[in-house]
Ligand binder design. Structure first.
Ligand code: 6PG
Length: 250
């Protein structure tokens, strides 16, 4: 299914099928790159089953763990070990069992400025630039092979909330967000639209009937953060039946 622009919608039966389809896309992106691979993970509850799957066979054995680097698209400004911490969730679900520690790149929230997400954003931007080997993003050389995304009830994605100045950022790769629109109401750190876009594929995972209302708005191309997040390459929305808007049902 096409959305009338370059985005593609892939509908699957249920959350289990969605996690399997997402795992296959992760494997395909990895297989397409014989060199160093960078994957930007997302937080929230939607990707957890995918992460757990990646730690089990047959997926685990198909991933060249030494060559894959794992980043996170946004972080809640809580300590690294806090259950609300997005990278902590990914670590527990699969990274700590499978990936070399040096290939895991969390957003540092335990900084010398615990009340200042901007400092943490600055540090992560620096880490991304040194991994990338340049200070400017070059569309011909994507920063990430794959960027995973989710969508919130207000249309936010990563920690880019509707009407926040972070949405208009064109220069910075990572910014601090003082207040979240949704729970948990803690400051956030988020990659910006240009940094997220600099990838070969952006993959949204959306499941459950509670997502149907926001997906209806997204697919009607309303001006929402999730609609402004596009890859320079492929942008795919992987959606289960319960979340699919009525007019997209076959
Ligand atoms: C976060 C996220 C956020 C998330 C959406 C969807 O820190 O919460 O990264 O952007 O992806 O809110 O969350 P769910 O998957 O829990 O619905």
């Amino acid at each position: 299914m096409a959305m009338g622009d370059h985005r593609k919608v892939i509908a699957v039966a249920d959350p289990a099928a969605l996690a399997n389809a997402a795992a296959e896309r992760v494997i395909a992106r990895i297989a397409a790159n014989p060199g160093r691979i960078a994957i930007c993970l997302t937080g929230g509850s939607s990707p957890k089953t995918l992460y757990q799957l990646l730690a089990t066979e047959p997926y685990r054995g198909r991933i060249p763990w030494d060559r894959v680097h794992w980043f996170i698209g946004d972080e809640r400004f809580v300590p690294a070990g806090d259950p609300l911490n997005n990278m902590n969730m990914a670590r527990k679900a699969f990274l700590d069992q499978c990936a070399p520690a040096s290939n895991i790149h969390p957003i540092p929230t335990d900084t010398a400025h615990p009340d200042n997400p901007d400092k943490s954003a600055e540090l992560y931007e620096h880490a991304l630039k040194s991994f990338y080997g340049a200070d400017e993003l070059d569309p011909a050389r994507p920063l990430f092979d794959l960027v995973l995304m989710g969508v919130g009830p207000d249309g936010h994605t990563a920690s880019l909330f509707p009407d926040y100045p972070a949405l208009g950022e064109t220069r910075r790769w990572v910014v601090g967000v003082p207040r979240a629109h949704v729970e948990p109401f803690v400051p956030r750190v988020t990659l910006t639209l240009p940094a997220l876009a600099c990838c070969r594929e952006m993959l949204f995972e959306v499941a459950g009937s509670e997502k149907q209302a926001i997906l209806t708005r997204v697919f009607a191309t309303e001006n929402l953060p999730a609609n402004r997040a596009r890859s320079l390459g492929e942008t795919i929305w992987l959606v289960d039946q319960a979340a699919l808007p009525e007019n997209f049902r076959g």
